[in-house]
Ligand binder design. Structure first.
Ligand code: C6P
Length: 412
């Protein structure tokens, strides 16, 4: 594959949406943790598919049905190579991370019962908490939450103390969307295996877009991800899982495509991964996500991570000069991804975000669907700036200037 030299200027030219004026100011898009922007290469791959090749998949013998099926399955194989999966059939297409985690909680959870324990943490996005709460209720299992340290990391001692013979599932964020923390997941995987026979699941919504991912090296059993956070389209993502586990699990939804044979009162299931893909899938989404993987790998995920660390270092230095500003998450740049949650003491996060918006700067304010995180750190909401490959030093400077203005206006 051809590697693109890392040059923010030329990367930005691939993202036409960034080149616009909002409220009379050049747009500064710092909300990629919520959803990233899309390069022309991805938009064109989706257009090409619809302009030439669209039909339903796995259902027809005609030319377009063949092309669509090939595009859909080749995209799966491309995503599997990116994840370093041993088999393309270990990748199940879903609508995104939320559906992937609901799928695994439902299907794997069928085997759980009273007395079994599920371990998550206080750092989780609601998508990696609520499905486990539902499962625990349904099966009478016990949900246990690992606590966090004051500097925004998983308390590994507490996590270790929760693991044991009753632990059936451990499901944790790879990277926190509300703190920016990169969890030491390979080490945690080793700990899980040493202390229990639990299945180890990673919520990769914020890991996959920003770090090189090798599911074999990570030592997890499942990895969930969303296309729209990694330069791909909305409505597509996936669940990577070990084939032996996927084969044991019952289907998640019933319908067309997921059956082998249907009888009057029961059915048998298609092979993995089709067993989990009921109904007409998001074919163009899969094509777009494979194009996004091509794009990110051509730029290089190591280079993207380096760039984000450099932006984060600059932002931490500039924002620490703002009076009353508190940044959540680890102080060390090496322990965090380009997600920067902050509060200006005595002000509302919504007001800060509104003042930034008036300057053309897009950030998110709220609990970021991680209510337990804001509760843990004694705030009701944070402002969150999140960086991606297309953000520049100048944009970090605009953020810092904007936050200074917000602090002056709101604290005067
Ligand atoms: N976080 C954010 O602004 P979906 O919506 O299914 O693509 O991803 C859900 C999800 C799961 N886990 C983590 C760690 C996440 O960050 C997200 C999505 C967005 O932080 C929207 S709430």
């Amino acid at each position: 594959m051809q590697t693109i030299a890392f040059d923010v200027g030329s990367i930005r030219r691939d993202f036409p949406v960034l080149d616009q004026i909002v409220d009379g100011k050049p747009l500064v898009y710092l909300d990629s943790a919520a959803s990233s922007q899309k390069p022309t290469q991805v938009i064109e791959a989706i257009s090409r598919y619809y302009l030439r090749d669209h039909a339903n998949v796995h259902r027809g013998v005609h030319e377009l049905a063949r092309r669509a099926t090939e595009a859909y399955e080749n995209s799966r194989a491309r995503v599997a190579r990116w994840l370093n999966a041993t088999d393309a059939h270990e990748v199940v297409w879903t609508r995104g991370t939320s559906e992937a985690l609901n799928l695994v909680a439902f299907s794997l959870g069928e085997g759980l019962g009273p007395g079994d324990e599920i371990v998550v943490s206080e750092m989780e996005h609601h998508s990696n908490l609520v499905p486990w709460q539902l499962l625990a209720r349904r099966k009478g299992a016990r949900l246990r939450l690992a606590s966090l340290t004051d500097d925004g990391r998983l308390d590994l001692g507490h996590l270790a103390s929760l693991l044991g013979a009753r632990t059936r599932v451990v499901s944790l964020a790879h990277v926190s969307n509300a703190l920016g923390t990169i969890n030491p997941v390979s080490g945690i995987g080793a700990l899980v295996r040493e202390r229990s026979d639990a299945v180890f699941i990673l919520d990769g919504a914020q890991g996959a877009p920003h770090l090189p991912i090798d599911v074999q090296a990570l030592g997890c059993d499942f990895y969930a991800f969303s296309g729209h956070k990694m330069c791909g389209p909305t409505g597509i993502g996936g669940l990577w899982g070990r084939k032996a586990l996927l084969e044991e699990m019952p289907p998640y939804q019933g319908g067309g495509e997921m059956i082998e044979r249907v009888y009057r009162d029961y059915s048998t299931w298609a092979e993995v991964p089709h067993k989990f893909e009921a109904g007409t899938p998001n074919i163009a989404g899969a094509v777009g996500l494979a194009a996004a993987v091509d794009y990110l790998e051509a730029v290089g995920l190591d280079a993207i991570h380096e760039h984000e660390m450099s932006l984060t270092r600059r932002a931490l230095a500039l924002l620490s000069e703002v009076e009353g500003l508190r940044i959540l998450g680890p102080a060390e740049v090496e322990a965090r991804a380009g997600v920067l949650p902050f509060v200006i003491e005595g002000t509302s996060a919504q007001d800060v975000a509104t003042i930034l918006d008036a300057q053309g700067i897009a950030v998110r304010a709220g609990h970021h669907c991680a209510q337990l995180v804001v509760d843990r750190y004694g705030v009701t909401a944070t402002c969150r700036a999140s960086f991606y490959l297309y953000n520049s030093d100048e944009e970090v400077d605009r953020l810092a200037a904007g936050v200074r203005t917000a602090s002056e206006v709101l604290l005067c």
